[in-house]
Design a binder for this molecule. Structure first.
Ligand code: SER
Length: 317
């Protein structure tokens, strides 16, 4: 990778990925683009940035030529709960947008990273130790776009030789840019509320286990998969990657160990609960480990220490 273009750079993952890519490949070699350029602020705006709607293939092609891009990270998407409220828009951005990215990559000879998700699975998927290759019949629009884009990436790889790669991200926990409208967002909000008010209303039931990951591991995965030796890859798109799995009670207990007065009550949101119930409890990520050496560095305890310390410092608490 020499010249990288990131689509959706102001979002939860993009805002941190761009900074790490710039550290590795040079500030001027990583172009941050977003549909809402006014959100590209602070240190993110210190390198090259452009306005880009992923659905606008003409502008994408222009930018790829202008900056001699060889790798595109497409992070544009509506998260799962918001995609249920706006399914048509979720399809246009999540799938049609990605089709345009793959077509541009085919014409301009770029590699492509695509972030699939635990959302690409459904009720009929085995939920414990979910295998790499298994049933994927999601019943959310978010999941339909994710599984379709995985298949499209594999198709472009085989048919046209486009170097399309990707992972299935768990819920991502971070403290720079908030996620919006996802089912796993509760595991981010809980830390902010614990520090700010000491109280949290949980939208998912106790016992709802989901795969989760701390942002530094997610960034590491997104970079390492693109740097992996192609000769060792048997899969290309949609690698299961896993680092921790917990339910609301387990994360609450981890926080209470550090903030004993922290209180949590439940007010279950049915749409989010139904989505979470259709997703795996924990994925088996042995293919990622074997094919490109995936290994997470953070667990629930180390992440909880870091989240609470970072949020406290930022809020002067
Ligand atoms: N974090 C996403 C969501 O909850 C899942 O990939 O929508």
């Amino acid at each position: 990778m020499k010249n990288v273009l990131v689509i959706g750079c102001a979002g939860q993952i993009g805002s941190e990925l761009v900074l790490e890519l710039r550290r590795r490949y040079g500030v001027n070699n990583v172009i941050g683009t977003d549909i809402a350029p006014e959100k590209i602020k602070g240190i993110l705006a210190e390198g090259p940035t452009e306005a880009l709607d992923v659905r606008d293939r003409a502008t994408l092609t222009e930018l790829v030529k202008k900056y001699k891009i060889d790798t595109i990270y497409n992070l544009a998407a509506l998260l799962s709960a918001v995609a249920e409220a706006k399914p048509q828009l979720a399809w246009e951005i999540g799938l049609m947008g990605h089709y345009g990215v793959l077509e541009t990559a085919r014409e301009q000879k770029c590699a492509v990273f695509f972030p699939s998700s635990i959302g690409s699975f459904g009720l009929t998927t085995p939920h414990k130790n979910t295998p790499q290759d298994t049933i994927q019949r999601p019943n959310t629009m978010y999941g339909v776009t994710k599984v379709s884009a995985e298949l499209l990436g594999d198709y472009y790889n085989k048919k046209f030789g486009v170097d399309s790669r990707g992972v299935r991200f768990p819920g991502i926990i971070s403290n720079v840019t908030l996620p919006g409208g996802g089912t796993t967002d509760y595991a981010v909000e809980i830390y902010y509320k614990a520090v700010e008010t000491g109280k949290f209303v949980c939208p998912l039931k106790a016992g709802t286990f989901l795969d989760m990951m701390y942002m530094p591991d997610a960034i590491k995965a997104a970079i390492e998969i693109m740097e992996a030796d192609p000769a060792k890859l048997k899969h290309h798109n949609g690698f299961n990657i896993s680092s921790m799995s917990f339910d609301p009670e387990i994360i609450k207990n981890a926080i209470q160990k550090r903030i004993p007065e922290f209180e949590m009550v439940y007010d279950v949101e049915p749409i989010k609960q139904a989505i979470a119930d259709s997703w795996p409890d924990r994925m088996d990520d042995s293919c990622a480990r074997e094919e490109w050496g995936w290994k997470p560095s953070w667990d629930l305890d180390s992440m909880t220490d870091d989240m609470i310390n970072t949020i406290r410092k930022r809020m002067n608490k």
